[in-house]
Design a protein. Structure first.
Length: 378
């Protein structure tokens, strides 16, 4: 496989290779399943490249363990499916008409099956219809099969994540011109949202602008609170590029000199985040990366104020495996991509978080975000 980071823009072939379908079939058989049933969502897009609309009409990639895969599509969606990267896979597109039952059609083609894997994000409506159409089949989560593949990012996927990191970094470099005392969080967020789209994202996943005491709520998002001089502001932003891969980065700003107690713990946080990033290498466990950040924060007396995991995997979803959290003994491997984002939150006062996306390489960790981790004083 070519290395997209050296040979130009990332292509559909880099992100959604034809070989992936065979790898999924092999993993399906190894898991003791007869087939995977992948409806619109990240699992379907990962396997086929098709970003199908989630509709009440069934679209489903059927991946039997020992037979040819096929794509069930409503006839009116057939042109979109055939125009997607899925067309490169040599699939049989099975178009169904409005008066037909696609679940029964899929069941007849599958034949006798004992265990099937359903896309993790499949609607309950579809799950129950498949249960009726395949009454003898046990239903389990397809994610248990796909996780091993999705966690190990290919060179093409890493290149896409690097592109996403560069795009969101360009937005963070603009944030100081949006943040001013007297503006509301919501007004600042609108400017940031426009900048995210202008930087090359197709969609905006989230814009968190958390000023003063709101900074102590990790998922605050925005409000009509007026930002005051001398306040810290946490800005956590991300979106999805046209190719399906996501960005996510947090930086903390201050309008003028921050409170002395904030400056003290921000330095602790900066050291903890740097140490956790430096600890990344093949063989170390996910929970040990979490522990590296957590121990530094706890030793400084802020342990109870670090109230979430250190990170999450990222790819075609902003949050996916592996999770960087206590209890996850999964060893790091080259190709794992995840956030490192410790935070310290003092309820009712202020908070701070620093987040980079990191990829585990053969020799260590590569940060895909490059903007300064120092407190940005505006």
């Amino acid at each position: 496989m070519r290395d997209p980071s050296r040979l130009g823009p990332v292509t559909d072939s880099d992100l959604y290779p034809v070989s992936r379908l065979a790898a999924v079939q092999e993993a399906t058989a190894k898991a003791g399943l007869d087939a995977l049933l992948l409806t619109p969502g990240p699992d379907l897009r990962y396997v086929s490249g098709y970003d199908a609309k989630p509709l009440e009409r069934l679209t489903c990639l059927v991946v039997p363990a020992a037979a040819e895969p096929y794509m069930m599509v409503p006839r009116l969606e057939l042109p979109a499916a055939q125009a997607s990267p899925a067309a490169r896979l040599g699939l049989d597109f099975v178009a169904w008409d409005e008066t037909e039952d696609p679940y029964r059609i899929a069941a007849r083609r599958l034949g006798e099956v004992a265990r099937v894997g359903l896309a993790d994000r499949m609607w309950a409506m579809s799950s129950l219809r498949f249960r009726d159409a395949l009454p003898g089949a046990e239903q389990v989560l397809a994610g248990n099969v796909l996780r091993e593949l999705r966690m190990r990012k290919s060179p093409g996927e890493v290149a896409a994540l690097r592109e996403a990191g560069e795009a969101i970094d360009s937005v963070h470099r603009q944030v100081p011109q949006f943040l001013r005392a007297g503006r509301t969080e919501r007004a600042v967020a609108r400017d940031i949202a426009e900048a995210i789209l202008a930087a090359g994202h197709d969609t905006i996943d989230f814009v968190i602008v958390a000023s003063g005491p709101n900074g102590a709520s990790p998922h605050h998002e925005v409000s009509d609170r007026v930002i005051q001089q001398g306040e810290p502001v946490v800005v956590d932003i991300g979106g999805q590029l046209h190719n399906g891969y996501c960005s996510d980065s947090t930086r903390t700003y201050s309008l003028g000199e921050p409170p002395a107690d904030f400056a003290a713990y921000y330095e602790v946080l900066r050291r903890a985040q740097a140490a956790a990033c430096d600890a990344v290498r093949p063989g170390v466990t996910c929970e040990s990366i979490d522990a590296t950040a957590r121990e530094i924060i706890a030793e400084a007396g802020y342990g109870e104020h670090f109230i979430h995991r250190t990170g999450h995997g990222i790819g075609i979803e902003t949050h996916e495996e592996p999770y960087i959290v206590a209890g996850n003994g999964e060893p790091m491997e080259a190709g794992f991509a995840f956030s490192v984002e410790p935070g310290i939150y003092l309820a009712g006062r202020h908070g701070a978080r620093i987040e980079d996306i990191v990829v585990c390489t053969e020799t260590g960790g590569e940060r895909l975000n490059t903007t300064t981790r120092e407190l940005v004083i505006i």
